[in-house]
Design a protein around this ligand. Structure first.
Ligand code: ADP
Ligand code: MG
Length: 223
């Protein structure tokens, strides 16, 4: 798979070169590499937020290159939960309402089952007492827990996390990582996590390294 930006212009640049990668169901993989090496671009392509310029992407055994935008959106909704560093939570809404959001986008109207599922997910991430708190009043670590609960809302088989602990102190970083690991073990959810934290990367099943848009050949060897 290859990715170019600004195709056909003077600014045309190739940011991903010959990426040949497969991630197994249930794996917890770290994606590392210097700033600008293409990590977010790769994550966005795997997350169907962007398309490769050439090559193929299989997601849960479906080949995505000839899907139209509506099909991609549907598959994304079914298959993927996102956790970003800038977590795009709605700060003026409660934790419960934020976690219900993906369910609302899918089903339209709120109902009791949705609310109960959101509350159960918040309990799973250790925020039972905070379920009715406004997200804007919560700490960075708590907000990231809400973001993880929201990513789990539709029970996706794959979670993509782009520097999920990038803004957190050491203690919250550890807690958030342990939480994602627990979800991985208990639910069998596959994780691909971009991180600059080598200590965390070493605790993953596998380290995938990008340098200048190319996979470092050792990628794929379990650590
Ligand atoms: P990382 O997440 O590893 O820091 P990125 O995937 O964000 O790297 O970026 C990889 C390269 O692609 C960088 O050189 C960046 O400037 C470039 N890039 C990222 N997004 C765009 C875009 N939308 N248009 C043009 N160039 C981009
Ligand atoms: Mg990035």
């Amino acid at each position: 798979m290859n990715k170019f930006y600004a195709v056909g212009t003077q600014a045309e640049t190739q940011v991903l070169h010959d990426i040949d990668l497969s991630i197994q169901k249930g794996e917890f993989a770290a994606l590392i590499g210097p700033s600008g090496s293409g990590k977010s671009t790769l994550l966005n392509i795997i997350g169907l937020l962007d398309r490769p310029t050439s090559g193929k992407l299989y997601l849960i055994n479906k080949e995505t290159s000839h899907m139209d935008d509506a099909e991609l959106t549907r598959l994304r909704g079914e298959a993927i939960g996102f956790v970003f560093q800038a977590h795009y939570l709605l700060s003026a809404f409660s934790a419960t309402e934020n976690v219900m959001m993906p369910m609302l986008m899918q089903k339209g109207r709120p109902n009791t089952a949705m609310r109960e599922r959101a509350q159960a997910l918040l309990a799973q991430v250790g925020l039972a007492q905070w379920q009715d708190s406004m997200v804007g009043n919560m700490s960075g670590g708590q907000q990231q827990r809400v973001a993880i609960a929201r990513a789990l809302a539709l029970n996706p088989p794959l979670i993509l996390a782009d520097e999920p602990t990038g803004n957190l102190d050491t203690k919250s970083t550890d807690a958030i990582f342990e939480l994602m690991r627990k979800v991985n073990t208990e639910n069998g959810t596959t994780f691909l996590m971009v991180t600059h934290n080598m200590e965390l990367a070493r605790r993953c099943d596998r380290i995938i390294e990008l340098v200048d848009g190319r996979l470092v050949p050792s990628a794929g060897v379990p650590v």
